[in-house]
Design a protein around this ligand. Structure first.
Ligand SMILES: [Zn+2]
Ligand SMILES: [Zn+2]
Length: 486
């Protein structure tokens, strides 16, 4: 059994770092024991391989780690380049689901393509699994993707956030002639601009084109956004003329603050895409961070019978008959009762109902609501046992707002009902798609040299963290000493 010992800096609940001595003991088939300072800290099942960390990016999630509901202390860091014994380079998808570990299970989520939402997953550098700010990681065996030779470390270290950005762009699916705006481009938002530019380059080959706008308060971000492929830039300031309502077809909110969403709703014609998880209420809703975690959408419910196969519930369901949780006080239309399995009631009772289902996902596909309070309840109806918050709607499902809803307390729901605006959201992305795009696009391979403003050796992690949170820094990356130098 391989055993490895190393020193690493733990991140603590009081936001300090402290040195700890780690011992990893085990192998891929038998599982692993993780010892910290001589005590057993974590026991892992099979499906993890030992890799040496080469580089690791610092992102907003790391800087906000103390707000997240996962145990501390932990070695954090999840934007990783790692190497094996032969020196081959890998990026590592962070969700250690059944599928990612390659272990047999009857997991309802992994079996329907929702492995990144597997309820039993650990998450590299975020939830229990020691992360890339330490010199060694345990990576889920199916999650280690070889980095193509022509993709430099500088771009590869951004694959985790770039994949998330690309997934957002695929969710939006920009149409020919549209203008897609990125609000507040910085660490992640700049990668959304890059992903839009990469997709645009491919679409142009097929004669389709769309515009990419960058909207920022910090004027320094605008030329940077242009270098990432923005076709127009707008400076938000009290002195500049205000942008007109609905100036853009789609607005991607990457601001990370609650006011950003209000601005995005005002500026968007067809869709707002939410990529920030700031944990605070916005637009009259309390659970928008959880909405992004579950990659839900909020859309209008059409009381009219749609043409066959075009209803949102049919697009969103994985089963034969869509499961609809009807929270609204209005009567469900008869055609819906025929087409779907409609359950009426309050959110906590309906969540329990779906949680006890023996087949399919233990969730509804869609919830229909008639107020902001119901929308919140559809996202997180109650606290489950052990502090886990139960969900009513399945990952990548939808909350549909009834046309008779009372929406005066939410500018978002008001726009959904009054003008058919959709809110979509996304979290993780497909690493292979990100690597493929980087391997074929020489402009995209320069994202690292453009975005990363600061480099630090891993031993200077405390300083790196302080700088990464400052205004002077866009993106910071730490580098571990090469194998053999230690
Ligand atoms: Zn990140
Ligand atoms: Zn699973």
């Amino acid at each position: 059994m391989p055993t490895i010992e190393f020193d690493a800096l733990d991140y603590l609940a009081d936001q300090r770092f402290a040195a700890a001595h780690y011992l990893l003991d085990g192998d891929e088939t038998r599982g692993w024991q993780v010892h910290r300072d001589g005590n057993l800290a974590l026991e892992l099942g099979p499906g993890y391989r030992l890799l040496r960390t080469r580089q690791c990016g610092i992102c907003s999630t790391d800087l906000a780690r103390h707000f997240l509901p996962f145990p501390l202390p932990q070695v954090i860091g999840h934007e990783v380049i790692a190497t094996d014994n032969e020196g081959h380079r890998y990026v590592v998808e962070i969700n250690a689901s059944h599928e990612a570990r390659g272990v047999a299970s009857e997991c309802a989520f992994c079996s329907v393509g929702l492995a990144t939402h597997c309820p039993e997953r650990l998450v590299l550098g975020i939830h229990d699994l020691p992360g890339g700010f330490g010199p060694w990681i345990l990576a889920p065996v199916e999650s280690c993707l070889a980095i193509p030779d022509n993709v430099p470390d500088s771009a590869a270290v951004l694959v985790e956030p770039f994949a998330a950005a690309l997934h957002g762009v695929k969710t939006i699916a920009p149409r020919a002639g549209e203008c897609v705006a990125v609000l507040g481009p910085r660490r992640l938002g700049m990668l959304v601009v890059a992903a839009l530019a990469g997709v645009r380059t491919r679409e142009q080959l097929d004669g389709r084109d769309f515009a990419i706008a960058a909207i920022a308060r910090d004027p320094a971000m605008l030329p940077l956004a242009t270098s990432f492929g923005a076709t127009e830039t707008h400076h938000l300031s009290p002195e500049a003329p205000a942008l007109a309502d609905q100036s853009f077809d789609v607005v991607v909110d990457t601001t990370g603050n609650p006011d950003g969403l209000t601005t995005a709703v005002r500026l968007a014609r067809r869709e707002v895409h939410l990529k920030s998880t700031h944990g605070q209420p916005a637009c009259g809703l309390a659970h928008l961070t959880e909405l992004v975690v579950d990659e839900l959408s909020i859309e209008p419910f059409s009381a009219q019978q749609p043409e066959t196969g075009t209803g949102a519930w049919q697009r969103l369901t994985t089963g034969v008959r869509p499961r609809i949780a009807w929270l609204a006080s209005q009567e469900p239309p008869p055609w819906l009762m025929e087409q779907a399995d409609v359950q009426r009631g309050v959110a906590p009772a309906l969540a329990d109902h779906y949680a006890s289902m023996s087949h399919g996902l233990p969730r509804a596909d869609v919830a229909v609501v008639d107020s902001a309070a119901q929308a919140d309840a559809a996202i997180r109806p109650q606290r489950g046992k052990g502090g886990n918050e139960l969900a009513l709607v399945r990952p990548r499902g939808a909350v549909l707002v009834h046309p008779s809803a009372s929406v005066a307390d939410s500018v978002l729901l008001e726009a959904v009902v009054a003008r058919g605006l959709r809110l979509t959201s996304s979290r993780c992305g497909d690493f292979q798609a990100a690597l493929d795009l980087l391997a074929t696009d020489s402009e995209l391979r320069r994202i690292g040299e453009r975005l990363v403003t600061h480099h630090f050796p891993a031993s200077d992690l405390k300083e790196a963290f302080a700088v990464a949170g400052s205004r002077a820094c866009v993106k910071a990356v730490i580098t571990h000493r090469e194998a053999g130098n230690s």
